[in-house]
Design a binder for this molecule. Structure first.
Ligand code: CIZ
Length: 305
């Protein structure tokens, strides 16, 4: 068992040796965020991966995020720290289930949240993230849209658009745990605080929010807000960045249950091992990768400013 400074020194040396970059999601442990070259949400990580000139990308997040980096960078080595850091939301829908939905709704385009497998993306018309879901849906010419796999994000988008969404009934089990009763209690304790909820939270929680936002939107909102106190309704990892970027503001997690066990499978020991042994390499068959690439590229095209 190495101490933390040995781990950090080892990671930095191997990173240099392999011309690697470390990307971390906003929900990662503080020590992973601190050593990363870039920290962001899945849209920012995807954009960063697309523009990276590094030979090796180490993705500290969950599996679909590493797959997205590989889809955009087929010639690079993409590593994930733990093979088992999946995403139960992404696992909610299989290619067979999506094929059935498409057969039942001929001609209706599929908007797939990036929290899906490469094989599901490959069957979809376009991807979206929580930061751009409304924009993607509104940019499509069709009036009826299949939205997969998160029903709470689907509910949020449905409130913001005139289009008719056919919403798949999946959900993120971490965000789904947050209840309106818990939020009301925290609001009572901190009456001046603004409540920011992630759109993966259930509708009764969304109704209590002053702001419904993705993690990147929460960071931006807090940065620009004159308020001093905020209740955060998303995975606890975001508090590290919020607090670092806003040392004079106060943050309260809406519930202690807002911890994603898969995001928290990653740690510095596994990061060192990943760079040392090139584990675990993400591989995607070329036909699936090419089709999934189209869906991600279309998201970038539709949301180009
Ligand atoms: O899109 C992402 O990265 C997720 C999973 C949450 C968010 O809002 O950033």
């Amino acid at each position: 068992m190495k101490n933390i400074s040995d781990l950090i020194a080892g990671i930095k040396a191997l990173k240099e040796k392999h011309s690697a970059v470390i990307f971390a999601h906003n929900y990662q442990l503080p020590e992973i965020q601190d050593i990363a070259d870039f920290v962001g949400d899945s849209l920012e990580l995807a954009r960063q991966a697309k523009n990276s000139s590094a030979r090796v990308i180490v993705l500290c997040g969950v599996y679909f995020m590493a797959e997205t980096a590989k889809i955009l960078n087929p010639t690079k080595t993409v590593l994930i720290l733990d093979e088992l850091s999946g995403c139960p939301l992404a696992d909610c829908i299989t290619p067979t289930q999506l094929e059935k939905l498409i057969r039942e709704n001929p001609g209706v385009p599929v908007v797939a949240y990036v929290n899906t497998s490469a094989a599901v993306k490959a069957l979809s018309s376009v991807c979206c993230t929580s930061a751009n879901a409304v924009e993607v849906v509104n940019a499509l010419p069709e009036e009826k849209i299949i939205f997969i796999p998160d029903k709470n994000l689907g509910h949020f988008v449905q409130q913001q658009t005139q289009k008719k969404l056919i919403i798949y009934p999946g959900q993120c089990f971490t965000h789904a745990k947050l209840t309106a009763a818990e939020v009301k209690k925290v609001k009572e304790l901190h009456p001046r605080a603004i409540f920011l909820a992630h759109p993966e939270c259930p509708p009764p929680v969304q109704e209590l929010a002053e702001v419904i936002a993705s993690t990147s939107q929460m960071l931006k909102y807090v940065r620009n807000s004159p308020a001093r106190e905020f209740i955060i309704g998303t995975e606890m990892g975001l508090l590290h960045r919020l607090q670092n970027e806003n040392p004079d503001k106060k943050f309260y997690l809406a519930s202690p249950s807002l911890i994603c066990p898969n995001m928290k499978k990653n740690n510095l020991t596994k990061l060192l091992a990943s760079l040392k042994n090139f584990t675990y390499e993400v591989k995607i068959s070329e036909d699936i990768r090419q089709s999934a690439y189209q869906a991600i590229e279309k998201m970038f095209t539709l949301t180009k400013k």
